[in-house]
Write a protein that binds this ligand. Structure first.
Ligand code: BYC
Length: 317
């Protein structure tokens, strides 16, 4: 990873000193190749997650139970598209094109958050995704708003503000259904049962098996570890779920007085890898939907390219 070239060694020292002083690294600045590679990997995966993440909830826009819920859901799903845009732009500042990133997604080679390969079976899933999935995302992204790379950290500030709204609209639904009819209570509990474990997987692999964490922490991209954030999330969510009279689908969950932590049971990492490798319940459906959207948008790309050519030739202003 580190170069033997003395100039690079000095640059690396200066680069690490800048990060230690809390300075942001900006697109034109010198950076180690591995820093660039890690950022492209993480930011592009994040962008893909936002865009694929529109699909599970988007499927419910036409079936929202009333106009207010429909408007909120439309706004949320549209926000996720915007998040994808900011993030693709942030990744482009590192020297990869949007076309390359999209080609990797559409060919099935790129990773994106495993959670979006699960189906949304009832309306309550939208509430629980907002509360748990966006809640997990905020926890992670509030940390990433302090990341050492300027364009990524600034994108996170804006995204977190919008995710705050996403989480609140989800929580409002969960509170309402938890206090609703027995049918609504059962529906929201069932949604929590299905989304709890995939939400915990959003924080990434355990610290002792994560191949990327060490370098990400060293260069200030992550400022908290995967397990630290996961534990913080569990500690915040469990009392709230219990306060609503709902349960967490984890028979091993217990409160540890000494540390003040809610200790959770084993996460099924075999299931995680099955889903990440393309064998989750909805992987094929999600990719097919993105490919269809890409094909349907071909005329827009052609029109934009034609306009750009004419503009370059001075034929339009
Ligand atoms: N799913 O060393 P590790 C949203 C991969 S969207 C799939 O722990 P790292 C929303 C990982 O990529 C917000 N793959 O990785 C949108 C790596 O593979 P490679 C999504 C995962 O990067 C719409 C390998 O496993 N948030 O909020 O140190 C509607 C080893 O893992 C996952 C972000 O993207 C996973 N869950 O840490 C609603 C945040 N976890 O690349 C809501 C930005 C791990 O080495 N990303 N892998 O082949 C991150 O913070 C980090 O990348 C992670 C993983 C914490 C996710």
């Amino acid at each position: 990873m580190e170069s033997r070239n003395p100039t690079d060694a000095t640059q690396l020292q200066e680069f690490e000193a800048r990060i230690a002083r809390g300075e942001k690294i900006e697109p034109g600045d010198w950076m180690p190749d591995e820093y660039r590679r890690q950022l492209i990997r993480m930011i592009s995966q994040h962008a893909h997650s936002e865009v694929v993440g529109m699909l599970p909830e988007g499927a419910w826009i036409t079936r929202a139970p009333n106009l207010r819920r429909k408007l909120v859901l439309l706004a949320k799903v549209q926000d996720e598209a915007g998040h994808g845009q900011y993030l693709y732009h942030a990744a482009e500042t590192l020297g990869i094109s949007r076309e390359e990133m999209l080609a990797l997604l559409l060919s099935g080679k790129a990773k994106y958050a495993s959670v979006f390969n699960y189906p949304t079976l009832t309306w309550a899933d939208n509430g629980v995704i907002g509360w748990l999935v966006d809640g997990a995302a905020i926890k992670n992204q509030t940390m990433l708003a302090h990341a050492s790379y300027g364009p990524y950290s600034r994108a996170m500030v804006r995204i977190c503000a919008e995710e705050g709204f996403h989480m609140k609209q989800g929580k409002e639904m969960v509170i309402m259904y938890a206090q609703g009819t027995p049918g609504q209570q059962a529906m929201v509990q069932d949604a929590i049962n299905r989304w709890w474990w995939p939400a915990l997987m959003m924080f990434g692999l355990p610290d002792d098996t994560s191949p990327n964490s060490e370098v990400l922490m060293r260069w200030g991209i992550k400022t908290k570890s995967n397990d630290t954030l996961r534990q913080e999330f569990v500690n915040e969510m469990v009392p709230e779920i219990h306060a609503l009279g709902l349960t967490v689908p984890d028979p091993d969950l217990r409160y540890d007085e000494a540390s003040g932590n809610w200790r959770y049971g084993a996460i099924d990492w075999d299931e995680f890898w099955q889903v990440v490798r393309g064998n989750g319940p909805c992987n094929a459906e999600r990719l097919a939907a993105r490919r269809q959207a890409h094909e349907d948008g071909a005329w827009v790309r052609e029109a934009v390219a034609a306009y750009a050519d004419k503009r370059a030739a001075g034929l339009v202003v």
